[in-house]
Design a protein around this ligand. Structure first.
Ligand SMILES: [Zn+2]
Length: 448
């Protein structure tokens, strides 16, 4: 897309300016010619559609493109043996006759994976040239995860969001890529909860998420509470309830998000480059790839935690974007993480852990209230030949054990190269230290 293309949107002439931000996401600024008051962002496929539409007829209102129908066969990827042997799997998971109901008694097992970010494209580096991204290998790791989860008979699976990479929108492959990953995850025949990540919203509007079979809607809401066995509950939060992504600009949730960003980091609306340059650390979370938990969702969270507390249940919180800086980084936090943490700390004996993704390098920390914060690393960034997922055992005594497959949890602020945690004991008084070795950084790429 060239700079300053002309197009017709809903019968109005406009100029479209190509912006590609530092995170590799293409953005298109649209400015209407007639009164100069309207502006907004579009996805690449939408812009292409509008341009085509303009050439065909400059007067007819343009509609968003139809979702692409998968026409080519799903990719076949050779299975490789998992790093975890059968013996280890048996050790980690006592054999049982089959998955149990969500409300039955006994130890409860959860399969976990975050930021698969699959795309059918060659490996690449991130914007800074620091992060190796293996888009196809992420799907292979997902296949391994499903095989392990099936073999060890997990009771549910939680996919923590960013199921496909944003580049699929540019490639016109959003629907196909999503169908590809979900077809792999569906092989695990247990209830699954899919969280909404920013990359879902780069590819699909909120209205389209349900149609692509993501399991992120519950009674019309995108946040949910679920009892796990007799002693545990899981609370799934929507970290993009207030967001600049995936909703039209006149959406009330967009307007709330816009207010927040204009107050704390207005250059987001004027600069397509580095939104956090020269910004104090505490303000760096105010970027479009994060979002906020709405007031309504916060009130609901408070109510759910009060109910769980009255029932003496332990609670695990799942959301795409981390809440606690020492377990992530300053640019990958929920905008109103302080408000969410305040609610959680009001139920500090009930909430055991917060499990998130989004920050590909991962991290772990325990906050002053004794709540564990686990940020899972991305399979897309895992070294080839290694795994990157987890199984979480919730025991009747209120302790949960996070078991890593590969380096799926690594010490914070090491860009993913630090020591890893082979397991984390998530209990009030537990102290966890990394026990896996750090790994070498790849040689820097030299430009010629
Ligand atoms: Zn994300």
């Amino acid at each position: 897309m060239n700079v300053d293309d002309k197009a017709t949107i809903a019968g109005r002439q406009c100029a479209i300016t190509h912006k590609s931000d530092m995170f590799g996401k293409e953005r298109f600024k649209v400015k209407f010619d007639d009164d100069g008051t309207g502006s907004g962002w579009l996805r690449g496929s939408e812009v292409d559609h509008f341009r085509t539409n303009s050439q065909a007829s400059s007067s007819s209102p343009a509609l968003p493109p139809e979702p692409a129908t998968p026409t080519k066969p799903l990719p076949t990827i050779n299975r490789r043996p998992s790093l975890c042997s059968d013996e280890e799997a048996c050790f980690l998971r006592p054999s049982r006759s089959g998955p149990k109901k969500l409300t039955s008694c006994g130890s409860f097992w959860i399969g976990l994976i975050a930021d698969i970010q699959y795309a059918d494209r060659d490996d690449a580096q991130d914007y800074h040239g620091k992060q190796e991204r293996h888009y196809r290998n992420a799907l292979e790791i997902t296949r391994n995860a499903v095989a392990i989860w099936n073999r060890s008979r997990v009771d549910i699976v939680v996919n923590l969001g960013d199921t496909i990479d944003g580049c699929n929108a540019r490639l016109g492959q959003s629907q196909l890529a999503m169908a590809t990953v979900l077809s792999v995850l569906d092989v695990c025949n247990v209830p699954r909860f899919d969280l909404i990540g920013n990359h879902e919203l780069y590819n699909l509007g909120r209205a389209d998420l349900c149609a692509c079979n993501l399991r992120c809607f519950f009674k019309g809401r995108t946040y949910h509470s679920q009892q796990f066995g007799a002693h545990w509950s899981g609370i799934f939060l929507d970290a993009y309830d207030w967001s600049l992504l995936g909703v039209p600009e006149n959406d009330l949730n967009y307007l709330e998000a816009e207010k927040i960003i204009r107050r704390h980091n207005p250059k987001v609306f004027t600069d397509g480059g580095d939104w956090t340059k020269d910004l104090p650390v505490e303000l760096q979370k105010y970027v479009p790839f994060n979002g906020a938990i709405s007031k309504t969702q916060l009130q609901w969270l408070e109510q759910e935690l009060s109910t769980a507390e009255s029932q003496k249940r332990r609670v695990l919180i799942f959301l795409h974007v981390p809440l606690y800086l020492p377990a992530a980084g300053p640019r990958t936090l929920v905008w109103n993480n302080d408000k969410v943490m305040k609610v959680l700390h009001g139920h500090r004996d009930t909430v055991v852990a917060v499990i998130a993704g989004h920050q590909h390098e991962g991290g772990y920390a325990k906050d002053p209230a004794g709540i564990h914060h686990v940020t899972m690393t991305s399979p897309m960034c895992a070294q080839l030949g290694t795994d990157c997922f987890a199984a979480l055992q919730c025991q009747d005594n209120g302790t949960a054990t996070f078991i890593s497959y590969g380096r799926c949890c690594v010490e914070t602020s090491t860009e993913g190269f630090g020591r890893s945690y082979s397991r984390l004991v998530l209990a009030k008084n537990a102290v966890n230290t990394p026990d896996g070795p750090a790994i070498d950084r790849p040689c820097p790429v030299t430009s010629i």
